[in-house]
Design a protein around this ligand. Structure first.
Ligand code: ADP
Length: 153
């Protein structure tokens, strides 16, 4: 069984994350969407809210498991028996950042492979940061978040 972990802050989940997940479902039997609790990022939404957003997006989807974890991502992979870490790439900047993390993760736990998926060009400018900025300033975020979320976000 091919199990992947898609780690992130998902503050909130965007159409970009959602697209990566839908495409990755063709590659993996199970994908854990894991909210890392040790991130130093200042979040707009609480952990509970972010989990609720994910549950709303993937209700009834048997391939998706929504979780949270503490500590190193690679250690969590060992815990859930995931041999793959899934990440999305939007730009050179994403790649440079992700490459370093992937190489260090590989050094720490060689049995876990990082798999990158190049983002859909329609979503390469979409980020949780921009979605939050628009929301804070009273704009319409509905086109940047998965459809099931527009009722609650
Ligand atoms: P982190 O806090 O780890 O950066 P994010 O929630 O911001 O987590 O992102 C999780 C993953 O989703 C990362 O691999 C990121 O590159 C990817 N991602 C973010 N936005 C997009 C997008 N618009 N298209 C494709 N992938 C994306």
């Amino acid at each position: 069984m091919k199990i992947a972990l898609f780690p992130g802050s998902f503050d909130p989940i965007t159409i970009g994350h959602f697209d990566i997940l839908e495409r990755a479902k063709l590659l993996f039997d199970k994908i854990y969407i894991g909210i890392g609790k040790n991130s130093t990022k200042q979040c707009m939404f609480s952990l509970e809210e972010r989990l609720q957003f994910l549950h709303t997006c993937f209700k009834g989807d048997e391939k998706i498991v929504i979780t949270q974890y503490d500590g190193l991502t690679v250690n969590y992979c060992l815990e859930i028996d995931a041999h793959f870490i899934l990440r999305g790439l939007r730009s050179d900047t994403d790649f440079e950042y992700e490459k370093n993390i992937a190489q260090i993760n590989k050094e720490m736990v060689p049995s876990v492979e990082t798999v990158f998926m190049v983002c859909n060009p329609a979503y390469s400018a979409v980020s949780s940061t921009i979605v939050k900025d628009i929301k804070r300033n009273g704009g319409d975020i509905s086109r940047y978040i998965p459809k099931p979320l527009s009722r609650i976000l």
